[in-house]
Design a protein around this ligand. Structure first.
Ligand code: HEM
Ligand SMILES: CCOC(=O)c1cnc2ccccc2c1N
Length: 290
């Protein structure tokens, strides 16, 4: 059965907006991280990795239990580099001890996306911390060296369509690869901390060359110093994926809309929010200044 979301006694939109603001202000303060990219992309990746362990076959894993806080999951080689995001969130968890880890990890991704000018992401609280014994085993996160059929099969585990898969991967407009984390490197100078449809524009406009990097892994590089993972490039090699790449490269609003829906589905997979009321839509810091 699905995990039942539990209402946080007496916490309302205002309380969660305070958590949002604390994360958003810390993002602004600590802007020098990772060559002035900041923590935003890393927080988005954490929110995806804690949700991407979900398996609909036995409803194990997923964002509900906040099991990333346990060593087994945090030490998954696929999570290398996310210690930065976890460390960033420690003082937030101390300041708001009433929020569950699952809610904090997912809310942090929503905050980062909105503060990087991404779409408004409706978000629902109610995730409940699980025991260490419920931590999913390593190996549930995807392998970047693979092709389109691997990507389609992998996301089939969450019940995602081709369109949802392409939209979701548009998050690779953010941040960068780090050789010491994943064995992939770059993009050089093109790493961004603003949410746009650039990933799709790059895929279609650049001249891509498959090259072996210093770690001996193959990746696609362009003369402008951009890069794509094999699983990124698969989106233009596979005809069914390619048509959505072309759609999003032309229409950023369509990308924002479809990304928002797919990202909410990713973060809420395996959770029954029942009659806990509608989702919260948080104001950005800029919207509160005025
Ligand atoms: C086929 C599926 C995917 C694969 C194989 C993949 C693989 C990777 C790899 C290898 C990195 C570089 C990590 C590093 O070296 O630090 C990365 C970074 C990143 N990924 Fe993905 N990813 C996938 C899907 C996603 C999804 C669904 C999202 C979010 C919705 C996402 C968001 C990010 C972000 C924001 C970064 C940049 C992190 C940073 O700059 O610290 N990825 N991904
Ligand atoms: C918009 C310029 O960035 C890109 O085209 C791009 C492509 N693939 C990625 C794969 C993982 C992490 C970051 C990535 C990235 N920033």
């Amino acid at each position: 059965a699905l995990h039942l979301a539990k209402a946080q006694d007496g916490k309302s939109l205002e309380d969660f907006q305070k958590v949002y603001n604390a994360i958003a202000e810390k993002l602004r303060d600590e802007d020098e991280f990772d060559g002035y990219i900041g923590y935003g992309p890393n927080l988005v990746r954490l929110s995806w990795h804690v949700s991407g362990t979900f398996d609909k076959n036995d409803n194990s894993g997923g964002s509900f239990g906040g099991t990333y806080r346990f060593k087994k999951e945090a030490d998954d080689p696929a999570n290398k580099g996310l210690q930065n995001a976890a460390h960033f969130l420690e003082p937030i968890a101390k300041k708001f001890p009433w929020i569950s880890h699952g809610d904090l990890y997912t809310l942090a991704g929503v905050t980062a996306l909105q503060e990087m000018q991404g779409p408004k992401i409706p978000w629902r609280p109610g995730r409940v911390d699980a025991d260490e014994k419920d931590t999913p085993e390593n190996g549930r996160l995807p392998d970047a060296s693979q092709d389109g059929s691997y990507v389609r099969h992998y996301f089939g585990r969450f019940g995602f369509t081709d369109q949802e898969i392409v939209a979701l991967l548009g998050a690779h407009c953010l941040g960068k690869t780090h050789l010491e984390n994943s064995g992939y490197e770059g993009p050089w100078g093109a790493a961004t901390n603003t949410f746009t449809n650039e990933f799709f524009v790059n895929l279609l406009n650049e001249n891509w060359k498959l090259e072996k990097n210093e770690a001996g892994n193959k990746q696609y590089n362009s003369e402008k110093g951009y890069m794509m993972l094999p699983t990124d490039y698969a989106l233009v090699q596979d005809g069914k994926f390619r048509k959505y790449v072309e759609k999003y490269a032309k229409d950023q609003d369509a990308f924002f809309e479809d990304f928002k829906s797919a990202y909410v589905k990713l973060l809420e997979n395996g959770i029954d929010f029942g009659k806990l009321g509608k989702a919260y839509v948080f104001k950005t810091l800029d919207e509160q200044d005025s």
